[in-house]
Design a protein around this ligand. Structure first.
Ligand code: MN3
Length: 202
């Protein structure tokens, strides 16, 4: 299987007025994400044992395998970025009723969810990702992963929403201010409709 860079689900300049400019997407989607896809295809191409596997199969196979670390890193980054683009929206920030009810039930309030998510995003030392996950116990939780990590690999549940907290995700728009980048995501960019769809299909 050859992997390809998915198209953005919106025009690259569509989020500029909400704090994520076109240049960010030209680099983040067009260069960073493309580089992970290209590297992954190269790794699969030279390893017979990896050919024909789906992205999810590659992630599970390579997770924890020292000899397959580059495969895990590039496959995880391809999955994470493909998911991340869907977690952004030109009409982001509004939380559908069903999801809001679940957030209130599991975190106490929407504000408490946002506080927990921000703490995960800001508290991730170095590169990584902040997640809203539906845990195996049926409760929503916030978590963070380093580098290319993802809930599919850790087995902690189903991903509903993610924020990329690698510096390349925010340096053009927010320079070094990851807390402001996270606040802006939660208030103006987060596609809670997509998160609600993930929850409904769980
Ligand atoms: Mn990234």
């Amino acid at each position: 299987m050859t992997f390809t860079l998915p198209s953005l689900p919106f025009a690259p300049g569509a989020l500029a007025a909400r704090g994520m400019c076109q240049e960010t997407f030209e680099f983040h989607h067009g260069k960073h994400h493309q580089a992970y896809v290209t590297a992954l295809n190269g790794l699969v191409d030279k390893n017979e044992a990896l050919k024909g596997k789906t992205l999810e199969e590659l992630i599970k196979l390579a997770h924890g395998r020292e000899d397959l670390t580059p495969v895990f890193n590039n496959a995880g980054q391809h999955w994470n970025h493909s998911f991340f683009w869907n977690c952004l929206s030109p009409s982001g920030g509004g939380i559908p009723g069903e999801l809001e009810k679940k957030l209130v039930s599991d975190f106490g309030s929407v504000d408490k969810f946002k506080e927990a998510f921000k703490a995960a995003a800001v508290g991730q030392f170095g590169s990584g990702w902040a997640w809203l996950v539906l845990g195996k116990d049926g409760r929503l939780k916030v978590s963070k992963t380093a580098n290319a990590g993802l809930p599919l690999a850790t087995g902690e549940g189903k991903a509903l929403l993610v924020l990329d907290v690698w510096e390349h995700a925010y340096y053009i728009d927010f320079r070094n201010r990851r807390p402001d980048f996270t606040d802006n995501f939660l208030a103006k960019l987060a596609n809670y409709e997509f998160a609600a769809q993930q929850l409904a299909s769980a």
